[in-house]
Structure formats: C-alpha cells, structure tokens
Design a binder for this molecule. Structure first.
Ligand SMILES: NC(=O)c1ccc[n+]([C@@H]2O[C@H](COP(=O)([O-])OP(=O)(O)OC[C@H]3O[C@@H](n4cnc5c(N)ncnc54)[C@H](OP(=O)(O)O)[C@@H]3O)[C@@H](O)[C@H]2O)c1
Length: 330
C-alpha cells in the first residue's frame, strides 16, 4: 500500500488505519494483538485508539483504558512501525473533571494514555468531541504544552464541523500554537452529512480519517433481508451499536451490492474504495474482528469506482444539499 501524507503533519500513513474500539470485547486480548501484528504485516502503519475504548463493555462514563492497554502490549516491540493515534475528551468517570477539553483533564488523561500505551510520545493526539463549556483557546494551550513537553507530535480532532476546524486554525494562527492536522468524522456511503466539509479540509491541510466507513459492518453484504443476522456479527452481538435493519436500508444495501457485483468485487472494499476517493480522504479507520476482514479491506486500494457508478451511488445514497453556485454552476 502506498503511504499518504496526513494533512500538514508530514506523517506518512497507510490508506487504511486499524480501529481498536472493539478491543477487549468481542475481540479478546490475544486476538487483538494478533490483529495488530497481522495488520502491520499487511502494510498498515496507522493505529487508532482512544482513552475510553473498552469494546462492548463501554457505557457512558465508564473508565475505559482497556484498548490502550492491549495496543500498548501489541506494540511493545514494534512501536516504531506505526503512527499511533489516541483520543481524549469523552467521559471516563462521573465528575466534572472526568471529561471534556479542560487543560486539567487533557494533561491528566494524556499521562494515563502514555502509560497504558507504553510509549513516550503519541504521534497524533485527537480531541474526541467538541466541548461547549471550554474555550478552544484553553484546549489549544493544553495541546501546546503537551507538544512542548514532547508527549505528543501532532493533534487532530474528531466529530468537528468545518466551522469548528476553522476556529481552531484561526486561534492557532493568533496564538502561534499547533495547527490541527486531521479530522476524524463519521463518513460512509450511508452517512454523508460531513461531505460538504471535505473541500475545506483539502484546502487547509487537514487530512480526513473517517470512521465507520463500513457503517459498523452493514456495508459488507453479510446482512440479508428477511434473514436473522449471522452468528458472531455485530447486529447479533451488540445491536445498539448498529442501525436498525429495515426495508429502506435494505433497498440501499441491495443497490450498492448489485453495483459491486457488476464490477466483480466484494461489497466491503467497493464501499471503502468509494470513501477513499472523496476529497481530503487520507486513511480510513476500519474495525475488524478477524484478520480476513482486514485482508479484504486492504484490497480497496486496488479498486476504481467508475464514473457511472458514482452517479448511481449518488442516487441511492444522496449527498447532503449544497448551496447552488449561480455564477459558475454546480
Ligand atoms: N472518533 C469517533 O467518535 C469514533 C466513533 C466510532 C468509531 N471510531 C473508530 O473507527 C473504528 C471503526 O469503527 P467500527 O468498527 O464501528 O466501524 P466499521 O469499520 O464500519 O465496522 C467494522 C466492523 O464491521 C465488520 N466487518 C468488517 N469487515 C468485514 C468484512 N469484510 N466482512 C464482514 N464483516 C466485516 C466487523 O464486525 P463484526 O464481524 O462483529 O460484525 C467489524 O468489527 C473504531 O475501531 C474506532 O477506532 C471512532
């Protein structure tokens, strides 16, 4: 796999990034470590985790830490082989300082993440969610301290709109601090609400690393209309993490599946290839339960979606409304 540059960071990352949200349950420690090693052997050099990840055991405010511990063990003798990303900001306890983007929370959680990940430095530290109670100036000051201390190399954000990215760039310029280099947004053929933000990211050196580009496994062809979900699938094991399988959803899934079939490729890499071809897309954060799923995902880089398919896909899964340009046309 050819590496790509992540925004303005200079970091070179593979077009697929291994997601670790399911490490702990249903992917136990031994399998998770095998997945990390297998992904590296397949050419993936980018691993995404978060302080809160602990697989299906996670609930709002639970302490997390499980996935980072496992990633730390997996990378003990191969830390230099990966660009390591983790996140901060989601609740890890009941108290007011147990969440969000205050300096005290960020700097405390950063130390905990470094310890669990068994590393001195995090390559990409990601603000998990915006925090309406903390001025972004304060958050950026904490990030700058962490950069100066050598504990993080770059910082990115997740679940932020283009307007919020713009504010962070503006403050960074004003304060002379670090610039946001990446944006992790939900984005798949079925979920395109951030589509109109992509040109902004492309223009301003922000690499997009979307998550759930398989929409939690819906875009893999394994769920069939009128049939129970396969044993061991996410819908069978953790239905509240996946959309409800109703007829309008199956109409779209079947339409996408028939286009992938026309091209003679499996539907999962077909969908990943479509996502990868969108503006500013740098690396797709993909989850997997088994190494075969990663093996299939990496074939996305060999697929080209024909122009006529794009038109049909837009009809099946419409992009968000965009302000028309009366001067220059669409
Ligand atoms: N920043 C954020 O707020 C945020 C939020 C969510 C996720 N993330 C990141 O994104 C990563 C991916 O999220 P995700 O796992 O929810 O979404 P995903 O990548 O869309 O779905 C992955 C799941 O789909 C199934 N799957 C994958 N490949 C398959 C294949 N070829 N055939 C059949 N099934 C296949 C597997 O589940 P089963 O086999 O169990 O069905 C796998 O765990 C996370 O690990 C995390 O790092 C970030």
């Amino acid at each position: 796999m050819q590496l790509r540059t992540l925004g303005s960071s200079g970091l070179r990352v593979s077009p697929l990034c291994l997601g670790t949200m399911t490490f702990g349950t249903p992917v136990d420690e031994a399998d998770a470590i095998r997945l990390v090693h297998g992904a590296i052997d397949l050419g993936i050099n980018f691993v995404d985790t978060a302080n809160v990840y602990e697989g299906y055991a996670r609930y709002l405010g639970s302490a997390g830490g499980v996935a980072e511990e496992i990633v730390g063990k997996a990378l003990r003798d191969r830390r230099d082989k990966v660009v390591l990303a983790t996140k901060v900001g989601a609740p890890v306890g009941p108290g007011p300082q147990d969440r969000g983007l205050s300096a005290v929370h960020i700097l405390r959680e950063l130390d905990a993440s470094l310890r669990r990940l068994q590393t001195d430095v995090i390559d990409l530290y990601i603000i998990h969610w915006p925090d309406k109670y903390v001025p972004p100036e304060t958050t950026l000051e904490a990030i700058e301290i962490a950069v100066r201390q050598g504990k993080i190399r770059h910082f990115g954000v997740s679940n932020h709109s283009a307007a919020q990215l713009c504010e962070l760039l503006w403050i960074a310029d004003r304060q002379g601090g670090p610039r946001v280099v990446s944006s992790q947004i939900p984005f798949s053929l079925l979920r395109r609400e951030f589509q109109n933000d992509l040109p902004f990211c492309e223009k301003h050196g922000i690499g997009v690393t979307p998550y759930q580009s398989l929409q939690g496994g819906l875009l893999t062809g394994k769920y069939r209309r009128g049939q129970p979900p396969p044993d061991g699938s996410r819908v069978a094991e953790k239905p509240d993490w996946v959309w409800e399988l109703d007829d309008p959803l199956f109409d779209r899934l079947e339409g996408i599946e028939s286009l992938a079939e026309q091209l003679g490729v499996p539907v999962a890499p077909y969908c990943l290839s479509w996502t990868l071809s969108q503006p500013a897309m740098t690396s797709l954060v993909v989850g997997a339960k088994r190494i075969e799923q990663i093996q299939e995902a990496v074939t996305a880089t060999e697929i080209t979606i024909p122009a006529e398919h794009r038109v049909l896909l837009d009809a099946l899964c419409p992009p968000p409304w965009q302000q028309p340009d009366p001067v220059r046309g669409a």
